[in-house]
Design a protein around this ligand. Structure first.
Ligand code: ATP
Ligand code: MG
Length: 453
């Protein structure tokens, strides 16, 4: 048969003349150079149909035994999927379609040979477990579905930067190796820092707050690290957080920003990725009005109708609100202060009778969670900007306030009133693209069971 020992060539000065999307009617009968990897092959004996994929899409190469050098025919016949090649060939029109083209190869250079058949194909697969895919993630990421997901992720990131830039926020970066926990001791990854113990940052919270002193409006897009011992479809140990903080505003202003940000993202993806969304069979959520804002207390009252055991002051789990909300964006606002971290400002004037002492246990906070159905996308709040209040809260929550000296000392110099939020990028992608598992919204997921690849 056509068995043949294949040899890889050096790239040398081989360069493509056209990307897949650049091939048009004008190129018919022209000789071009394309480069890419073989995504699939159909072997009809004397004719091979080879799909070559580059960064932008696929090209069909038609190899007829009678029409090409026999060397070239057997090379393409023997090359396994995923191998990379450069091809010099002539562009022709596809038989039944005048706006589709195919390439008749004249010369081939093998750039990289795949030794093994991949454990899964590039087409949609549902039967393969996510762990099999993640074990060979780089190959998995070549699949059509994920190609589209990450193309859209790219648009989302650009549109986030666009939004903040247009609204005069500046992009910052804060340390990811830190001395103390932001929100308490749990959920941190300890690391060695020279001769000391340190931690991976679970959020840029305190730094972004400090930066409002110097820059007023800041945002950061960066990893957060959380030792989440549970196995869920919405938690990663390393996630990307879009963190935002702004001086001279409160949580309601930041809800407005978050809402406008989401609308801008959806608008941009609809514009730039219309074809990709179609290929995915997905329509982005339609937004016709402002996101509803429901208070925590009202929600608890509603929930109590069906869940007798739930009490005011409890956290609200996704399971419990699943039946109450469809796939829509809404805010849960004014959470009990006891459920929120120490830096969240309390609502101190919610009691109509000002002469009555505040009931600590009923204290509300200027806070919100942005939800999409039962999925939490973001948490935000007005922050405390008074040192004595921060100290008080730290003591109440049992934090070692001495460890926060580096932070608290800043508050001697008039930290402005400010507010902000953290938005989980992968959660947002999950919601918009209807992904079942957050792991598919990130390149190389980290979770309790996975530290490789
Ligand atoms: P959850 O209750 O869902 O565990 P959280 O309230 O602990 O989230 P926050 O501290 O409020 O999370 O973080 C802000 C946002 O960051 C969350 O709304 C979410 O979108 C995202 N986020 C937090 N933890 C994770 C994680 N482990 N994996 C992915 N995203 C996360
Ligand atoms: Mg939260």
């Amino acid at each position: 048969m056509d068995e043949k020992i294949l040899h890889e060539d050096e790239l040398g000065n081989l360069r493509r003349s056209h990307y897949s999307f650049q091939i048009s009617k004008q190129n018919i009968n022209e000789e071009i150079v394309i480069i890419g990897w073989i995504s699939s092959k159909r072997d009809h004996g004397n004719v091979l149909f080879v799909q070559l994929r580059d960064q932008f899409g696929e090209m069909q190469i038609v190899v007829k035994k009678k029409e090409v050098p026999s060397e070239l025919f057997s090379t393409l016949k023997n090359l396994k999927e995923h191998s990379s090649v450069g091809i010099r060939g002539v562009v022709t029109e596809q038989k039944n379609s005048s706006d589709q083209f195919e390439i008749i190869p004249k010369e081939i250079k093998i750039l990289s040979i795949s030794n093994k058949p991949a454990p899964f194909l590039t087409q949609a697969i549902s039967s393969i477990g996510i762990d099999t895919r993640l074990d060979l993630r780089a190959i998995d990421l070549r699949r059509n579905h994920l190609q589209l997901v990450f193309k859209i992720r790219n648009t989302i990131l650009n549109s986030i930067r666009e939004y903040f830039s247009a609204n005069h926020f500046i992009e910052v970066n804060t340390p990811k190796m830190i001395a103390t926990a932001t929100e308490g001791g749990a959920a941190l990854f300890p690391i060695f820092y020279y001769d000391r113990e340190a931690f991976l940052a679970q959020s840029p919270q305190l730094y972004k707050e400090q930066l409002t002193m110097a820059f007023e409006s800041v945002f950061e897009i960066a990893p957060i690290f959380r030792a989440e011992p549970s196995r869920t479809n919405r938690h990663l140990s390393e996630a990307i957080s879009v963190d935002v903080e702004k001086a001279y505003v409160d949580y309601r202003d930041m809800m407005d920003h978050l809402e406008k940000l989401i609308i801008h993202i959806i608008w941009t993806v609809n514009n730039k990725n219309a074809e990709d969304l179609r290929a995915l069979g997905i329509e982005l959520p339609k937004i016709n009005s402002n996101f509803p804002r429901i208070t925590y207390t009202d929600l608890i009252n509603k929930l109590q109708a069906n869940h007798k055991f739930i009490r005011w002051g409890d956290d609200i789990s996704p399971k419990i609100i699943k039946d109450l909300f469809g796939e829509e964006f809404f805010f849960i606002i004014d959470w009990p202060a006891s459920t929120k971290p120490f830096y969240v400002k309390s609502i101190t004037s919610n009691d109509s009778d000002e002469s009555k002492p505040l009931d600590e246990n009923k204290l509300l906070s200027e806070s919100f969670d942005l939800m999409f159905g039962s999925l939490e996308l973001s948490s935000g709040s007005t922050r405390i900007n008074k040192k004595y209040l921060l100290l008080e809260n730290m003591k109440k929550k049992g934090l070692n306030y001495k460890a926060f000296d580096y932070h608290l000392r800043v508050f001697d110099y008039a930290v402005p009133p400010h507010a902000g939020f953290g938005l989980g990028l992968e959660r947002l992608i999950m919601a918009l693209l209807k992904l079942e598992n957050i792991r598919d919204a990130t390149f190389y997921p980290r979770d309790i069971d996975r530290l490789t690849p």
